[in-house]
Write a protein that binds this ligand. Structure first.
Ligand SMILES: O=C(O)C(=O)C[C@]1(C(=O)O)C=C[C@@H](O)C=C1
Length: 366
């Protein structure tokens, strides 16, 4: 803004805003034309998914973040550019994204945070169905929760990777705020509370302190809980704020999560590996026969090549007796030399190594 501009009335400021809006609109239209040109350069591809480039989108959003000097927050700036890119890509046709539905789940919020709103959302009933929709090519991508800062890993997601050929091609972090919702909005009327087991876990202390005598009923999603709460005055749901809007419920209390920094990480599932974005992560599934020092042997190649490990989770493979699988996240892309070398060393030391995906690190971690 030019420092010399000293408005004397509202009309004058609004005239400036109108002029800026005209410029912004012209530039957005021009950008959309160039995005279409990029599409043409990529060739006559079959579907929107063939034009999608997560590594380029991550680079664009990182540049937006680096350039931002306020007054809008990084989060707001990124959200606006995210929507512009989403609309530019949807000129071909909107991407189809499967998520754990119904409408109003945190997974749906994660879809919009990652892909913007110019997508076609496909709500499905279970995490397994999200995988199936992408595998069967009825969806281009899927979004599923993988870990929560209070409750830990989502095992139903991790276990799917034993047999699935899908690749992780992105991650989204979402601050999760839980609310107690009901039709009447009166806490005294509540006899049972529906929610997803993860959300019941994230609000355990609050429930103990405030609704200790009330029945807790685990259901498949928070939105399903909200749907049930709509059917009876005695029922309530624990869900996100958006479920209150979608299911026309009143907020009885909230936010009620036990930890104020409650956060869930979602992953984006696709069928292909994408190129490096410059700031990437790789997820691996590594297994080995139980023996003294197994974990030490598996991690040594990473340490030797200076590859940082950001997460490890062990799960029984449910195949061989005492055979464990380790879900390991490391810094870098499989095309990066240190990662390539560490994986080559790891091969002979393990029963198997499966690369679950290399993808841009979440731009905003909250
Ligand atoms: O740069 C590209 O490859 C584009 O297709 C353009 C664009 C964009 O709008 O910036 C659109 C979609 C892709 O997912 C990435 C970026």
């Amino acid at each position: 803004m030019s420092d010399s501009f000293k408005p004397t009335n509202l009309g004058e400021v609004r005239a400036r805003i109108d002029a800026i809006d005209r410029d912004i609109q012209k530039l957005i239209a021009e950008r959309a034309e160039f995005a279409r040109l990029v599409g043409q350069v990529k060739g006559p591809l079959k579907a929107a998914v063939d034009y999608y480039r997560p590594e380029r989108e991550a680079q664009v959003l990182r540049m937006v973040k680096d350039r931002n000097q306020g007054p809008l927050s990084n989060e707001e700036m990124i959200r606006l550019f995210r929507e512009i890119m989403s609309a530019c890509l949807a000129q071909q046709e909107p991407l189809k994204i499967a998520f754990l539905g119904p409408e109003g789940t945190f997974s749906q919020t994660a879809v919009h945070k990652h892909f913007g709103h110019s997508v076609h959302g496909l709500p499905v009933a279970t995490i397994e169905e999200v995988f199936q929709e992408v595998e069967a090519e009825r969806a281009d991508f899927g979004v599923v929760p993988v870990e929560n800062s209070t409750e830990g890993s989502v095992h139903s997601t991790l276990d799917m990777f034993h047999d699935s050929s899908l690749k992780i091609c992105g991650e989204v972090e979402l601050a999760i705020h839980q609310f107690l919702l009901s039709k009447s909005g009166e806490i005294g009327k509540i006899e049972r509370v529906f929610s997803h087991p993860q959300s019941l876990g994230q609000t355990r202390n609050w429930l103990r302190a405030n609704l200790s005598k009330v029945e807790k009923v685990p259901v498949s999603s928070n939105a399903e809980a909200a749907r049930r709460a709509r059917n009876s005055d005695e029922s309530a749901a624990i869900a996100g704020e958006s479920a209150a809007r979608v299911y026309d419920l009143k907020i009885v209390a909230g936010p009620i999560e036990d930890r104020p920094d409650n956060n869930t990480r979602f992953i984006v599932l696709g069928r292909d590996l994408f190129s490096p974005s410059g700031q990437d992560k790789t997820s691996l599934l590594v297994s080995g026969q139980d023996q003294p020092g197994l974990l030490f042997h598996l991690l040594e190649p990473l340490a030797k090549r200076n590859v940082s490990m950001t997460r490890i989770e062990s799960r029984p493979t449910r195949r061989g007796k005492w055979e464990y699988a380790f879900f390991i996240d490391i810094e870098g892309h499989v095309e990066d030399e240190p990662v390539k070398a560490a994986l080559a060393d790891l091969g002979p030391l393990s029963s198997f190594v499966k690369i679950l995906g290399s993808y841009p690190k979440a731009i905003l971690s909250e």
